[in-house]
Design a protein around this ligand. Structure first.
Ligand SMILES: NC(=O)c1ccc[n+]([C@@H]2O[C@H](COP(=O)([O-])OP(=O)(O)OC[C@H]3O[C@@H](n4cnc5c(N)ncnc54)[C@H](OP(=O)(O)O)[C@@H]3O)[C@@H](O)[C@H]2O)c1
Length: 292
């Protein structure tokens, strides 16, 4: 039996790869990446359908966790064709291959499938994305569910965790902005729920350990601390030993691709299963920044 993780060179994929290795030591854990793939990870261009089919035939994974994607909204907005290819078509292909081989698929989606106007969102709330990134992830969800409604959709909010460089995540980049400019400006409009990748990874591993019928369908994985980017910046400034009072709060949206106001995800299904992994943002971010 083997577990395949796409996007294993990325922020979340690295955490999932490490968690699966720790939690399933008797299974083969296969991680793929693209530009950053180095052994033991395998390079696989997910846009190359023939290569993906050949990879599946060779490894025959019994579980696939599909974390690879283009996740930067501004990049998606400016390159819809590439976004559809990677975010939608590769997800459709993996769903088909998993369905054919009776493998379990865990697809990583986003809170940006919602418009942010009616938080909190239950797992069965109706998506209405505001930007092309959210739209591409919604289209991928729909394609996957149409192929096999028993596949698993995992929606997550903004993520943070151990980074290769501070600008790698939308949360740790704030530390870089503060280091470069102690009077830097930060969005104080959109409400976010920063969630540690290790908690998402642990949650997914717990779901894999359940019988397939219990992990079918949509799950919301989210920490519960509501924060704007400015709120995060104040915590990060303190972690850096800097004076948060110099930071500037911007009370309106600051980014070019439209962002939802508040996409709080209700994780009712996970709570019913007793799967809850959470941590304090101030403690976790201090550890990450100290190590970076
Ligand atoms: N980060 C967040 O705040 C956030 C929030 C909500 C949802 N999500 C979702 O969570 C998942 C993981 O996000 P992340 O932050 O870990 O993303 P990430 O750090 O940007 O990593 C993206 C991954 O996709 C891989 N990839 C890109 N193009 C590829 C291609 N053509 N073929 C194969 N692999 C390719 C990258 O490989 P290389 O780097 O090796 O090229 C990398 O491993 C995504 O589905 C994302 O939509 C993320």
């Amino acid at each position: 039996m083997s577990i395949l993780i796409t996007g294993a060179t990325g922020l979340l994929g690295r955490a999932i790869y490490a968690q699966c290795q720790a939690q399933f030591p008797t299974l083969d854990i296969i991680g793929t990446g693209f530009s950053r793939a180095q052994a033991p990870l395998v390079q696989l261009d997910l846009n190359d359908a023939a290569a993906v089919r050949a990879f599946f035939a060779k490894y025959q994974p019994s579980v696939v966790i599909h974390a690879a994607a283009e996740r930067k909204p501004d990049v998606c907005e400016n390159d819809p064709e590439q976004t559809l290819a990677l975010n939608v078509e590769t997800s459709r292909l993996l769903a088909e291959l998993c369905h054919e081989q009776q493998s379990r698929l865990f697809f990583i989606s986003t809170d940006y499938v919602f418009d942010g106007k009616n938080a909190p969102y239950a797992e069965n709330a109706t998506p209405n994305p505001l930007n092309f990134y959210g739209k591409s992830k919604m289209m991928a969800e729909q394609a996957i569910v149409a192929i096999n409604p028993s596949h698993t959709i995992i929606r997550v909010p903004v993520l943070y965790g151990e980074v290769e460089y501070l600008a790698e995540s939308a949360v740790t980049v704030i530390a870089q902005q503060i280091q470069q400019n102690p009077q830097s400006s930060h969005d104080h409009w959109a409400v976010r729920y920063p969630t540690h990748v290790a908690d998402v990874a642990q949650t997914i591993a717990d779901l894999i350990a359940l019988p397939a019928a219990q992990s079918a369908g949509i799950f919301h994985v989210s920490d519960s601390q509501a924060m704007t980017k400015y709120d995060m910046a104040c915590v990060i400034a303190a972690a850096l030993g800097q004076n948060a009072s110099s930071l500037v709060a911007v009370p309106e949206p600051t980014q070019s691709a439209a962002r939802p106001y508040n996409c709080a995800l209700k994780d009712t299904r996970l709570k019913q299963l007793g799967i809850v992994h959470s941590r304090k943002f101030d403690v976790a971010i201090q550890q990450i920044i100290t190590r970076s």
